[in-house]
Design a protein around this ligand. Sequence first.
Ligand code: ADP
Ligand code: ADP
Length: 236
Amino acid sequence: DIKIQMKGIAKVFETDELETHALKNIDLTIYAGDYVSISGPSGCGKSTLLSILGLLDMPTDGEYSIEGVKVTELSLDQAAEIRNSKIGFIFQSFNLIDELSVFDNVALPLRYSSEKMSDEAIRSRVDECLKSVDMSHRASHKPNQLSGGQQQRVAIARALVAKPAILLVDEPTGNLDSKSGDQVMDTLEQLNKEGTTICMVTHDPRYADMARTQLKLLDGSILTTPVPAVNVQEAV
Ligand code: ADP
Ligand code: ADP
């Protein structure tokens, strides 16, 4: 069961007379239930790849499909609809709304969804997601009453609430101390064991190594052969 398929994806940025080939001929298949990490040095194209995977930007060449839907042929409006229904985002900054409780933050995507859900159904889905990240006991707290690691786990619950095809994760531990970072990584690992498909971008080799499928990006291309250990060190 294929969640994500990219064939020949390229991205060229043109600024003044300068052309930057940020991504070159990327082939990428992500299967249901996989846990993929994409790592590599600064400037190798990680953010660009994640933006395209998350339908925040379009490639300049190639084909991309999510659950069989060819998204590279869609209008921006159609792409936004696919993004809202099929992609869960987790960023380095948690992007929670300070004025809302944990429960209401997680409920937000369902309340704004085009498919109307009953209050009862929303409550049960939000409870389920808070439980899966071990945050049920903080449902009525505000984000600023929580530690960074707890806030990130709430952000993960919010990303899961609409049952996305895939979770796209960008440097999830970048703003956390190492203990909270490890807890967030444990949460992601547990969710993956329960069936969530994850694609994580990180420059941290310790965390990249935790994924089942580890891809290395270098100068806009995915390395297909394992790099010698000494080069891996240099690359990070
Ligand atoms: P990473 O996330 O791995 O640090 P990026 O995807 O941000 O790498 O960048 C890849 C390359 O594309 C870099 O050379 C960067 O300068 C360039 N780039 C990224 N975004 C833009 C943009 N909007 N305009 C011009 N160049 C860009
Ligand atoms: P990260 O360190 O998280 O990979 P970057 O600093 O590489 O993030 O990029 C942050 C954002 O800035 C990205 O969305 C990228 O598209 C944009 N960006 C990166 N390089 C450039 C550039 N040279 N010109 C314009 N935008 C860029």
